[in-house]
Design a protein around this ligand. Sequence first.
Ligand code: ZN
Length: 134
Amino acid sequence: MRYTLIEGWLRGHPKDGYELVVAHSHAHGDHVAGDGQFRDRPRTRVVGYSAEEIASFFGIANWPQGRARVDLGGRVLEAVPTPGHHPSAVAIYDEATGILLTGDTVYPGRRYVQDFPAFQVSLSGMGPAGSSSR
Ligand SMILES: [Zn+2]
């Protein structure tokens, strides 16, 4: 029953060489608990949980002020550090749709903030590149 969803999708979209990246919005247990199922999957990288490991993976030079563009092959995403809820929180901005994926940094309801000053800075800089005061 391991990675059943992925294997099912690959049956409908056969191609050699599919790679998989398992990256998280942050490292709270409810986000990373399933990682073990991917650790021995071929052509799969499970990104580490620390801010340093996330910055290294995305190529963010100056955490948390920096950003990085991630080209998935014709689809460019932007990784935006958003510490506050968690020290290694990162949001993903999809230029194609204008959607900002924020993990637990922004959602309706009660939020838990570990570092409120960092959280305030993160929220002030979550717009498209060039629109923030960072
Ligand atoms: Zn969380």
